[in-house]
Write a protein that binds this ligand. Structure first.
Ligand SMILES: *Cc1c(COP(=O)(O)O)cnc(C)c1O
Length: 399
């Protein structure tokens, strides 16, 4: 699942290039850096592989989301439609720019339900933000169609689905902007890092400037650069980019191991009656970092999760988890902010605590997700498959 499992000589080599020169900054210092430009090289590698015009590295996936929103001019009072099942960073970023996260139901793809999105579109809606959760894609063609029909932006949170594709196109490159995370537990890691990708030149120029205090990056005298816009510091360091570059070179290896391992676990459950799988709009493009199964009821899902844990199989039961599913986002429901919120928040934020998310509850309460490791050998994998099969069958036949 995470690239950190494949730490090796390649990461050390790229890191060493940076350590030897001592230039840890991605910009300037031309004469001292021995021609090492790790951030630039990583961006170019992403552009080339993903057939996207621009990639801008950032300090995290969260700052990639903030950058994408700013680059597209999304701010105070604008509504952004998001799923109830995501990582908290998605709505944190939206709130941070003063925009309004409108959380809507998911369907059996474990991502935005296009019907729920359509219902939630208002005169304030500016963005549809699908989150490609757990390695696989949202119903992206339906969502793109909706965005087009209603003249909305499509910003993909592809933080959990790096390397995944939909009908041959890389997730993140399908909408107006896409965001990736390279935090420590993601498919490819920099330690901490992220990226924004776009085919639109204007958004890229904004992203390049916004992530570096508005510097226009024209010429090679940093002190003399102009600042067309206000920005912040969301730069990645050369050390982080060096790790990411080495990891990126392993992407094919990571994807092929994940796909092979996931298939074995998935096949092991095929003959167990009562187990269903998450719907993946394009199975071939699943990055395969997780296997998500649906059990017949909340009670059975809870039992399966517990039994798997007892037998040493790592898994997530999202319904009881307070990072990824709305049910336990009390800090959001109670708007516990350290500082005063934007005026627009006070006027426009929906009452999440009273909203009806029964469709999402119905799905998430029956979902159990198993992370796929890159380190299992064939023997371990076969053993895991057997344990999972017998744990799930024993619970489902006892019901
Ligand atoms: C990890 C993640 C992020 C944020 O990435 P960081 O690099 O940890 O800031 C955003 N959205 C989703 C769906 C994520 O999983």
């Amino acid at each position: 699942m995470p690239g950190y499992e494949l730490w090796g000589e390649e990461e050390k080599k790229h890191l060493n290039d940076v350590i030897e020169s001592g230039i840890l900054m991605r910009y300037n210092f031309e004469s001292a850096r021995n021609n090492h430009w790790k951030a630039k090289e990583f961006e170019q590698a992403i552009q080339k592989r993903m057939h996207v015009s621009h990639a801008q590295l950032t300090s995290s996936g969260t700052s990639a989301l903030l950058t994408a929103l700013n680059a597209a001019g999304v701010g105070a009072g604008d509504e952004v439609i998001l799923p109830t099942f995501t990582f908290v960073a998605s709505f944190e970023a939206v709130l941070s720019v003063g925009a309004i996260p409108v959380l809507v139901d998911i369907d059996d793809t474990l991502t935005l339900d296009p019907k729920a999105v359509e219902k939630a579109i208002s005169s304030r809606t500016k963005v549809i933000m699908p989150v490609h959760m757990c390695g696989a894609m949202a119903d992206i063609s339906a969502l793109k169609e909706l965005a087009k029909k209603n003249k909305l932006l499509l910003i993909e949170d592809a933080c959990q689905a790096f390397g995944g594709t939909y009908r041959g196109k890389y997730l993140g490159t399908i909408g107006d902007l896409g965001c990736f995370s390279f935090d420590f537990v993601k498919t490819v890691t920099c330690g901490e890092g992220g990226a924004v990708v776009t085919n639109k030149d204007e958004y890229y120029v904004h992203a390049d400037q916004y992530t570096d205090h508005g510097h226009d990056h024209i010429g090679n005298n940093r002190g003399a650069e102009n600042h067309p816009y206000l920005g912040l510091n969301y730069r990645i360091s050369e050390l982080h980019a060096a790790v990411g570059l080495a990891q990126f070179e392993k992407l094919d290896q990571i994807l092929s191991i994940q796909r092979k391992n996931k298939k074995v676990l998935k096949d092991a459950l095929r003959e167990v009656e009562g187990v269903n799988y998450r719907r993946v709009p394009d199975e071939a493009g699943d990055n395969a970092s997780f296997l998500s199964i649906f059990l017949p009821s909340q009670e059975l899902a809870k039992k399966v999760s517990l039994e798997l844990s007892t037998k040493g199989i790592g898994n997530a039961y999202w319904y009881d988890n307070n990072w990824h599913y709305i049910r336990k986002w009390d800090h959001l429901k109670l708007l516990k902010s350290l500082a005063p919120l934007y005026k627009e928040h006070k006027e426009l934020l929906p009452n999440y605590a009273n909203a009806d998310y029964s469709q999402s509850d119905e799905i998430i309460s029956k979902t159990v997700t198993i992370p796929i490791s890159l380190l299992w050998n064939d023997e371990e994998l076969a053993k895991k498959a057997e344990i999972i099969n017998s744990a799930v069958s024993s619970i489902l036949t006892k019901k």
